[in-house]
Design a protein around this ligand. Structure first.
Ligand SMILES: [Zn+2]
Length: 141
């Protein structure tokens, strides 16, 4: 088993999309999907999908199911792979909550959490498997 942190890349442009949405939706959590490519284990997020938080909650999120299907279809049409999902923590740190861990069913997914709690936003990427959380090597450039 590979124990090195996975590398995942995100462009500044797509990060800006995520940050804009997180600020716009606060104090509710913003959420969406991550799509991109996987070349020899280096994953690159090429598109951030912004989806409705069907719960409209400041403490948890649920992706709008219809929008989720539409996003997956759009990924296929654009030759992109689903890489995971993202959501914001308007008032808590950038690490998975107990509920985030409980609801993380896909060990192949990257879970990005953008915190707005501090003076500057903090984005981290996580691998969650069987309740264990490991930080991935996220590169924003
Ligand atoms: Zn969360």
């Amino acid at each position: 088993m590979n124990v090195l942190p996975e590398t995942i890349r995100l462009s500044r442009r797509e990060y800006a999309v995520m940050l804009h949405e997180a600020n716009r939706k606060a104090p509710e959590e913003a959420c969406g999907l991550l799509a991109g490519t996987n070349d020899d284990g280096v994953r690159t997020i090429r598109k951030i999908y912004v989806l409705e938080n069907a719960d409209h909650s400041p403490e948890h999120f649920r992706l709008n199911p219809a929008e989720q299907l539409a996003a997956i279809r759009n990924m296929r049409q654009n030759g992109l792979k689903p890489l995971g999902n993202w959501h914001s923590h308007p008032a808590t740190p950038s690490r998975p909550s107990a509920e985030d861990i409980r609801l993380a069913f896909d060990k192949n997914a990257t879970y990005c959490i953008l915190s707005l709690a501090g003076e500057t936003p903090v984005l981290n990427a996580f691998h969650i498997e069987n309740g264990n959380v490991r930080k991935e090597n996220l590169q924003i450039k």
